[in-house]
Design a binder for this molecule. Sequence first.
Ligand SMILES: NC(=O)c1ccc[n+]([C@@H]2O[C@H](COP(=O)([O-])OP(=O)(O)OC[C@H]3O[C@@H](n4cnc5c(N)ncnc54)[C@H](OP(=O)(O)O)[C@@H]3O)[C@@H](O)[C@H]2O)c1
Length: 224
Amino acid sequence: MHHKFAFIMHPRYNVRADMGDWLAPFSLVPDWAWPIAFDRLPLPPMITGKVFFPHQPKDEAGILITLPFTPAQMLTLPRSRVQAKLDQAVDVARDMGAKIIGLGALTAPISAGGKTLAKRTDVGVTNGNAFTAAMTLAGIERLLPLLPSDPLIAIVGATGSVGGCLTRLFARRHSGRLLLVARNKGRLDALAAETRSANVEVDISLQMDDVKKADLVVLLEQGL
Ligand SMILES: NC(=O)c1ccc[n+]([C@@H]2O[C@H](COP(=O)([O-])OP(=O)(O)OC[C@H]3O[C@@H](n4cnc5c(N)ncnc54)[C@H](OP(=O)(O)O)[C@@H]3O)[C@@H](O)[C@H]2O)c1
């Protein structure tokens, strides 16, 4: 039994190609016309695809919902207007039976990583960072057999969106030693207190140099 999901996105730079992939006649609409149509016509979010898994070919696993905005419009139209269309797309997803919604492309940045949807209790929303954390854990698990026994794993950026999820996942599933690194001591202390257990030894550091002690360093600090 799986929960149905929805993935919300918008056409990419070449709007005509993306929209034409969905409905062939749209490929006849010239590039210049799309931003004007999106801006002036009261178009709703569109269901542009359905996802089926090979082992359950008759059971609709997910739906793809496209916001009628170009990437430039996502970034430059008044945020309230883009947010309203995103809210509408979330309603469509919920009404179609989706229990979890992924924020694709620029729908995550324009909603502050999904924070503007945090008030919604009717559906779950993910910006993809939980998936990144899960994939990072899978990567660590592949490396564990290659490390010395009782390895020290440093997580730089441990208190961030991805790092926090990864640290909690690791502490839930593994025993071992963690070194959590970031700049804000209060947040590090809180995370260490939450994840420390009989099986998981947790130290914190504000000094990047301390990762030299670690057998494995996971870098999840904010990029440039
Ligand atoms: N490949 C993918 O699919 C994918 C997906 C999501 C994110 N990412 C990348 O993963 C990284 C983390 O993303 P996020 O969303 O978790 O970011 P975030 O929520 O902003 O977290 C950043 C973390 O880094 C720490 N940090 C920032 N500057 C630091 C510094 N100079 N020294 C030590 N710690 C520092 C922050 O804590 P303090 O402020 O206390 O230092 C915080 O713990 C980013 O580089 C992002 O681009 C990749």
